[in-house]
Unconditional design. Structure first.
Length: 488
């Protein structure tokens, strides 16, 4: 499949298809992170200020469900592409659906707001995993440029995530919320045009499904897709017609059950798929890593919620005499990541044989994410007295969070694929996405407490949550490694 790209070194030594995917994902992340930067502020801003005037508990519930679904729907998105439409179409349709979703957000009515969020979840579910799968397909077995290719691709993600809060945030906060959403729409359309114009660089990759399902599997896949899309649609229609009157918080509570069932389901599949004790032990290790991953993302992903609110209302947003929009803080994670990622890859290589175990890296990630909140506890005390705090605190927070991300995110996916039996590879990728989805959900719910608690206490508990989890994980990492026989 990848033969034609073997000799192709036209994009920084990589196949030119990587350029196509780099820019497609860059624009998609531009759109997602632009959204993430302004969504919570838009939901909680007062109606006269052009916002939706929601309580933070309501906004937290919606934000939690939305950000969780963005990642959760990559599971069916991946299946649909593998089995029915192929990755190429999935990426294109996904991008189109995202653009439409953002356009609906720009329409600024309650109905279009929910429909827009729903479309963005579906579109991202189709685009994100499949674009990464396409990156993988550019390299033949044993092509040692693969990891480098993924690193370049990850840079594309972060270039998009860096630029969008700057532009989208500025427009949304300074000109009008809807203009932010319009810019995000234009960005996604630019990404799609670029994709179509340069798609031929992908050759045959992803044109067809990997394995065509038989008639009965096709039926159950379509029925599954119908349920996944149909239930939220039905709830939406019933709510709009006033037949039901669930609050966002009620729906978010119910959504927790969905996530728990997904977890139980995939573990049942993994456990039953094991053929010997070795494999079962690895699944236990994976399970522990996933719990750490959930705790990590639940704190980290509050960048768009609690940390965003804190930046907006409690931070003195002036640097070098310029009063910048508070959403600009959202760019820090990406710029730190772009600068630090090469250093971290070097560090892991330098450590060589003394490289830390995956569990140890995960515990470091938890400690750093906790530390990021700990530095905010003292300034939050001032904030609780309505004193605006210096921006350096939040800069430090994002710095620590990025170190945490570097200890967990790249390491996590590769550990999953290494630990799981090869025949369960597809499920395991999905499980990692599931942990990110759950983390996002919990983070959104935690953010719901922002208005009803002292900020100082909230940040202290979140810090404690990460630090205790990190210490526990560090303490267990040795016995765990011994039990599972992980040799690092
Ligand atoms: N920043 C990365 C991305 O957007 C990873 C985010 C995550 O895994 N939560 O793809």
């Amino acid at each position: 499949m990848a033969t034609q790209s073997v000799m192709d070194t036209s994009f920084f030594g990589h196949p030119k298809g990587l350029r196509t995917l780099f820019f497609t994902e860059m624009w998609e992340r531009f759109s997602y992170y632009g959204n993430r930067a302004v969504l919570f502020l838009y939901m909680t801003a007062a109606v006269p200020a052009g916002g939706l005037g929601m309580e933070t508990a309501t906004a937290g519930a919606i934000y939690g469900i939305f950000t969780a679904c963005v990642y959760l729907l990559s599971l069916p998105g991946g299946w649909l592409a593998d089995r029915i439409i192929g990755q190429r179409k999935a990426v294109f349709y996904g991008g189109g659906i995202i653009a439409l979703g953002n356009l609906l957000l720009a329409a600024s009515t309650t109905l279009t707001f929910y429909a827009g969020l729903g479309l963005i979840c579906v579109g991202t579910g189709l685009l994100k995993t499949n674009a990464s799968t396409l990156v993988g397909s550019l390299y033949g077995q044993g092509d040692n440029r693969r990891d480098g290719g993924f690193s370049i691709y990850y840079m594309g993600i972060n270039v998009g995530a860096f630029l969008s809060p700057l532009f989208v945030g500025y427009l949304a906060q300074r000109v009008g919320w809807r203009y932010g959403f319009v810019l995000v729409t234009i960005g996604m359309i630019a990404g799609l045009i670029q994709y179509k114009l340069t798609e031929s660089a992908l050759g045959e990759n992803g044109l067809r499904p990997v394995t065509e399902p038989g008639a009965s599997e096709r039926k159950s896949l379509l029925a599954g897709a119908g349920v996944i899309l149909g239930i939220p649609l039905l709830i939406g229609v019933l709510q709009t017609m006033g037949v039901t009157a669930f609050s966002a918080v009620d729906l978010a509570d119910a959504f927790f059950v969905v996530l728990a069932l997904c977890f139980a389901g995939v573990f049942a599949i993994l456990w039953r798929g094991c053929e010997n004790d070795r494999e079962r032990k690895n699944i236990i290790l994976i399970f522990c890593l996933l719990i750490a991953s959930v705790v990590f993302w639940s704190s980290f992903e509050q960048a768009g919620s609690t940390l965003n609110l804190f930046a907006d209302a409690k931070t003195n947003n002036v640097l070098f005499g310029y009063a910048y929009p508070s959403t600009w803080f959202q760019s820090l994670n990406s710029i730190f990541l772009i600068c630090l990622a090469p250093l971290f890859s070097l560090l892991w290589i330098r450590l060589g044989k003394n490289d830390l175990s995956v569990a140890m890296k995960f515990s470091l990630a938890l400690l750093f994410v906790g530390l990021g909140y700990l530095v905010l506890v003292a300034p939050a005390k001032d904030a609780d007295q309505n004193i605006k705090v210096a921006p350096y605190w939040l800069i430090a927070t994002y710095f620590f969070h990025t170190i945490g991300e570097l200890c967990l995110s790249p390491v996590g996916l590769s550990a999953m694929t290494k630990l799981a039996p090869a025949r369960l590879g597809g499920v395991i990728m999905g499980v990692f996405f599931l942990s990110i989805a759950t983390g996002n959900y919990i983070g959104g719910r935690m953010a719901g407490f922002y208005a009803s608690m002292k900020i100082e206490d909230l940040f202290f508990y979140i810090a404690l949550f990460g630090i205790i989890a990190g210490l526990l994980f560090a303490a267990f990492s040795r016995p765990l490694a011994r039990y599972t026989g992980e040799n690092q």
